[in-house]
Design a protein around this ligand. Structure first.
Ligand code: GDP
Ligand code: MN
Length: 386
């Protein structure tokens, strides 16, 4: 689960990481009021979307007057911001963060990720901050420092000092860097984060280190234990089909192909997607209806899959262990009748009460294409596209 920059900064502020004073606004007028309350002479107005590269896309603007703050806010709020990370259609901006602008002397990169190969939370740091860390890593890998953290030891001061020294944060900056690294690590561990990034971590006007941009993401399977993090969930940033599916207890992830998939079990869903790809088709989604798929659940699955205009054929693949083929068949027949489904539907059933399920499908008089196994189902789905 991703959260916004202003939320990450609020969280990091509570861990004593220095961040600029600022607040979030959803309209031009409130942006102006926030800037007045912050005071000073320069402000930054920053689009709040779950994507980076906003600076390049015109989503980060410096303002030299309250009027300019309002103008930038007016311009950014409601726009579809296109950045190198959003795709061509961009992302709708609903809020901006208004902050006291800082006089930047130098920009660094500081991040924490989970290195799954080494099974360690790993610090990534670079003196080449501000830019895309992936670009720096590929063009100038020596500029990127990595240090894996031993979970039994944590992130001790000596390791922070070593990292700070290697990116040139020496002298009076070193103790500040150590404090920020340790705070970031504590926050990361406390809240079960998957990724945390401060970019840029900047030396500003008075020689202080400050987090000018920050981003974190969390383990979606753990956040329910952290209501303060769950509260940061922004449904506007999620695919509405995925939100609706999770409300029905369905595990749905939208993809960009044309074969809609309704499957029980995550493993079988993955295998189904592989089989479709093997036959040169592309899945439109991953959808796991789970173990006890009632007729209602199957009907909901059809509705959600068909909301995607790219779906041209539906492949239903159910292996009934806990489930029963007759229930599933009843659900499919119901969905077909209620929803006026015109797309070809390929059905592959297997397992408990298979014969009863087949009978229900056959007696419905509906034009199902039945398949004997996974491979047959995937092949028929792709053929039906032609
Ligand atoms: P991103 O492009 O989505 O990563 O957004 P950032 O928050 O990192 O902003 C992009 C760039 O805007 C930064 O690398 C800075 O150079 C610049 N920027 C951000 N905050 C300030 C600020 O307070 N003052 C000035 N002068 N520039 C800033
Ligand atoms: Mn940034």
């Amino acid at each position: 689960m991703d959260i916004h920059e202003h939320q990450t900064k609020e969280l990091l502020r509570s861990y004593q990481v220095p961040v600029p004073e600022g607040r979030v606004a959803d309209a031009e007028a409130s942006a102006g009021i926030i800037a007045e309350q912050i005071g000073g002479e320069r402000w930054v107005v920053k689009a709040q979307i779950h994507a980076g590269g906003r600076g390049k896309g015109g989503g980060v603007k410096v303002a030299n007057s309250i009027d300019e703050v309002r103008q930038h806010a007016d311009h950014i709020i409601g726009s579809h911001l296109v950045t190198p990370q959003t795709g061509a259609e961009g992302k709708l901006v609903q809020r901006v963060l208004v902050e006291a602008a800082q006089d930047i002397k130098q920009e660094f990169y500081l991040g924490l990720v989970i290195d799954r190969t080494r099974q360690r939370i790993t610090v990534i740091a670079s003196a080449s901050g501000g830019m895309d860390i992936e670009t720096v890593a590929s063009t100038d890998p020596d500029q990127v420092i990595r240090e894996a953290i031993d979970p039994a030891i944590g992130l001790p001061e000596f390791l922070c000092r070593k990292i700070a020294a290697r990116i040139g944060l020496t002298g009076a900056l070193m103790p500040q860097a150590v404090k920020i690294m340790r705070a970031l690590y504590r926050c990361f561990r406390d809240k079960k984060a998957l990724m945390a990034e401060i970019n840029p971590l900047a030396i500003v006007g008075d020689g202080r280190l400050m987090a000018l941009d920050a981003k974190m993401s969390f383990d979606g399977n753990a956040v329910h234990n952290y209501p303060e993090i769950t509260a940061y969930r922004d449904f506007d940033e999620e695919d509405p089909k995925e939100v609706e599916a999770s409300g029905h207890g369905l595990n749905y992830i939208a993809l960009d192909g044309s074969v809609g998939c309704i499957v029980n079990g995550a493993g079988l869903a993955m295998a189904t997607m592989d089989a479709i790809s093997f036959h040169q088709g592309r899945p439109a989604n991953f959808l796991d209806v789970g173990g006890g798929a009632s007729p209602e659940k199957i009907a909901n699955a059809f509705r959600i899959v068909l909301k995607d205009p790219n779906v041209k054929v539906i492949l239903l693949n159910i292996f009934a262990g806990i489930n029963r083929c007759d229930w599933v068949a009843t659900g499919v027949v119901q969905a077909m009748k209620q929803q006026d489904i015109v797309e070809p539907v390929i059905v592959r059933l297997s397992g408990t009460n298979f014969a009863a399920g087949q009978k229900i499908l056959a007696e419905s008089g509906l034009p199902f294409i039945t398949a004997v196994d996974l491979d047959d189902a995937a092949r028929k789905a792709v053929e039906a596209l032609a």
